[in-house]
Design a protein around this ligand. Structure first.
Ligand SMILES: Cc1cc2nc3c(=O)[nH]c(=O)nc-3n(C[C@H](O)[C@H](O)[C@H](O)COP(=O)(O)OP(=O)(O)OC[C@H]3O[C@@H](n4cnc5c(N)ncnc54)[C@H](O)[C@@H]3O)c2cc1C
Length: 110
């Protein structure tokens, strides 16, 4: 769908939606769509890993570099979910807390 222009995408959505709700076209007012993987500075709606990049990039990003930590849905297996962002935030805060207080507290990352 990302290769379609906006009008074509809207029409496709209406055509498919009408298969489920026949009144779709009559009730339609406005549409909005974003092609995330073609959006500058974003290049995607969420993180995608392969089995190989889970072992390389993902594993490396999990480790803090001095005071630099990464947190977000991209740092979990719950990609494309707000739950991933929350889990990652809790894990990162637990790691920071453990570092500055000298505790050995671990949060089970997912
Ligand atoms: C179309 C779409 C539909 C979705 N639907 C759902 C859904 O139904 N249910 C669900 O659970 N999840 C959904 N998600 C996923 C969910 O929105 C994300 O997983 C979640 O918002 C990720 O949170 P985050 O904190 O990791 O990252 P983000 O919310 O992306 O936050 C990152 C923040 O960092 C900022 N930033 C980036 N670079 C810099 C910089 N250099 N300096 C300062 N700030 C910077 C950005 O502006 C942004 O505010 C959807 C996502 C998309 C795109």
């Amino acid at each position: 769908m990302g290769d379609l222009d906006f009008v074509q995408r809207q029409q496709l959505a209406l055509d498919k939606g009408r298969l489920i709700h026949p009144q779709y076209q009559q009730e339609f007012e406005k549409a909005f769509s974003v092609c995330w993987h073609k959006t500058e500075h974003s290049l995607g709606g969420w993180a995608l890993y392969t089995a190989a990049t889970r072992q390389s990039s993902y594993a490396a990003l999990q480790r803090a570099d001095k005071q630099v930590y990464f947190a977000g849905e991209h740092m979990t297996y719950l990609n494309a979910r707000m739950a991933g962002a929350f889990e990652s935030a809790r894990k990162t805060v637990a790691e920071l807390h453990a570092r500055v207080t000298g505790q050995r507290v671990a949060y089970a990352g997912i």
